[in-house]
Write a protein that binds this ligand. Structure first.
Ligand code: AP5
Ligand code: MG
Length: 217
């Protein structure tokens, strides 16, 4: 049975890390709005140029283009067949409402929305040590998950890079926007009885077990 899941949480809480584990174990397709925007930036498309101006400041990309981009992905055959784990979308109540309309049209329902939480101190520590693979997107951490060879991806041997928005000033702004714009999205799903609160302070495997508790037998 294909699962349809959403991960909500502040920057650096581990959404991408959990999405990768969910893909590995449940075979769902991870759809990260942040990853897709960074691919558009890399390819220097019009959407990428627009997104870059917001992402570099830690602000949200406008709802209209974000919704359109994500709905296009949700309609792909792969996602329709295998289900999805959304990482970083929806991030505003307006995006959540647009997603609801799309899911109703597709006649599918969400299995679970997971709210990952940690203190700001942990966020800062996780983001300060993060490196990502420029090719396959694998996520590393200097102490929590170091690559076998410094600066190189274990999976595809490509170069690891630190994200441009992982600087103290932009992290502060991303945290502020999370509280203002995205925390209400969690409450939107809580009201629908879909939200699972997960303490994401433990290691990635323990957090995964909490995320999937009661979902798989
Ligand atoms: P996005 O790419 O989604 O960034 P984010 O929400 O700030 O989240 P991160 O990717 O920084 O963190 P994460 O939670 O994925 O953590 P990770 O697994 O990497 O969005 C970027 C920007 O794009 C936004 O600011 C916005 O401008 C724009 N955007 C995106 N979506 C949008 C939308 N819907 N609408 C409008 N604009 C949008 O983990 C972090 C580190 O911690 C890693 O090093 C990892 O190895 C380590 N780690 C993870 N879990 C654990 C653990 N349990 N224990 C120890 N270490 C851990
Ligand atoms: Mg991420």
């Amino acid at each position: 049975m294909p699962f349809r899941l959403i991960l909500i949480g502040p920057p650096g809480v581990g959404k991408g890390t959990q999405a990768a584990l969910l893909e590995e174990h449940l075979k769902v397709k991870p759809l990260s709005s942040g990853v897709i925007f960074r691919q558009e930036i890399e390819a220097d498309t019009d959407l990428g140029q627009l997104a870059k101006s917001y992402i570099d400041r830690g602000e949200l990309v406008p709802n209209g283009v974000t919704i359109q981009m994500m709905i296009k992905r949700l309609r792909s055959d792969d996602v329709r067949r295998n289900g999805f784990v959304l990482d970083g979308f929806p991030r505003t109540v307006r995006q959540a409402e647009a997603l609801d309309v799309e899911l109703q049209n597709e006649q599918v329902v969400l299995d679970r929305v997971i709210l990952l939480s940690v203190s700001d101190e942990v966020v800062v520590r996780r983001l300060a040590g993060r490196m990502g693979c420029t090719k396959c997107g694998e996520i590393y951490h200097s102490t929590n998950k170091p690559p076998a060879r410094e600066g190189l991806c274990d999976k595809c041997n490509s170069q690891l890079l630190v994200r441009k928005d992982d600087n103290p000033e932009t992290i502060r702004e991303r945290l502020r926007i999370f509280r203002e714009e995205t925390a209400p999205v969690a409450e939107y799903y809580r009201a629908q009885g879909l939200l699972k609160d997960v303490d994401a302070a433990g290691d990635a495997v323990d957090v995964y077990a909490l995320c999937t508790e009661g979902l798989v037998s």
